[in-house]
Design a protein around this ligand. Structure first.
Ligand SMILES: [Zn+2]
Length: 68
């Protein structure tokens, strides 16, 4: 993974501007960036996080519990 914690620290949720945490999609194992406040998971394509609200998916409650 090309991201380091420094880069992650400058990424922010496009909706609430909050911090994001790494998450792995339980089915596809694809990396995602999660906003815990909005309970949304943003996809990461290659090295590029897609921080667009329309591209995000809502986390299931069970997934949300895992990233708390
Ligand atoms: Zn947010």
């Amino acid at each position: 993974m090309a991201f380091d914690s420094l880069l992650l620290s400058v990424l922010a949720c496009p909706i609430c501007k909050g911090s994001l945490v790494w998450h792995t999609h339980p089915d596809t194992k694809a990396p995602e960036l999660v906003c815990k406040f909005d309970r949304l998971a943003f996809p990461v394509l290659g090295d590029a996080p897609i921080l667009i609200e329309q591209k995000a998916r809502s986390l299931l409650l069970a997934e949300y519990e895992q990233v708390k």
